[in-house]
Design a protein around this ligand. Sequence first.
Ligand code: NAI
Length: 217
Amino acid sequence: MDRMKPNISMAVIRRLPKYYRYLNELMEKGITRISSKEFGRILGFTASQIRQDLNCFGGFGQQGYGYNVRELRDEIANILGINKTKNAIIVGAGNLGQAIANYSGFRGSGFVLKAMFDINPRLVGISIRDIKIMDIDDMGEFIKNSGVNAGIICTPKEGAQSVADRLTGEGIKAIWNFAPTDLEVPEDVIVENVHLSESLMVLAYMMNERDRMENTQ
Ligand code: NAI
């Protein structure tokens, strides 16, 4: 059943993976149900925020019972679409590309890594966790034959736009972009940017604020 209502805010969507992760942990501990108050306490959210978030999708809890952990976990997986398999390729098989290929949690998000591509002939032919690094010139053919749904860009920023153009030109409609640049893509292409340095700057800010508060006390 598709419970998703239109116009759910991205802020809510971005909290769902955290719900999912904690629900998995609760299941591993054998906990079968949880109140919104207790769930909120674990997550650091208020009970009303949890109820509000989950109500966006039709609400899963029952008054006086709370949430069935497995049911809620499965519903969130369904909403996120992580129970559907998606094929991905990495472009740029350097330090980061190889680290991502080595990341074992890939499948938990519904993605299966099919291949990596690079321009460096010294990398072509090497395998990382059984994932072959192939020549970038073979990418178009591979995409056509292997049902690729998403591209992961791990090239230096100078090459990222041309890689994005190549991916979208081959019909790829979803890009996970690690290169520190804003990509220009056709309207129907989804880009999710990941920038560790931005998160690190937020950490720097919070450390700075803490120091500032301590010094004014
Ligand atoms: P790297 O130099 O180790 O690897 C880059 C790879 O891309 C090389 O193997 C190179 O041959 C390949 N490449 C270059 N142009 C290409 C093209 N047009 N098509 C295919 N392959 C191409 O660099 P590293 O450390 O792996 O970083 C890769 C990118 O990721 C950089 O843009 C870096 O700034 C970014 N980065 C982003 C992070 C984030 O949090 N978003 C964290 C770390 C790195």
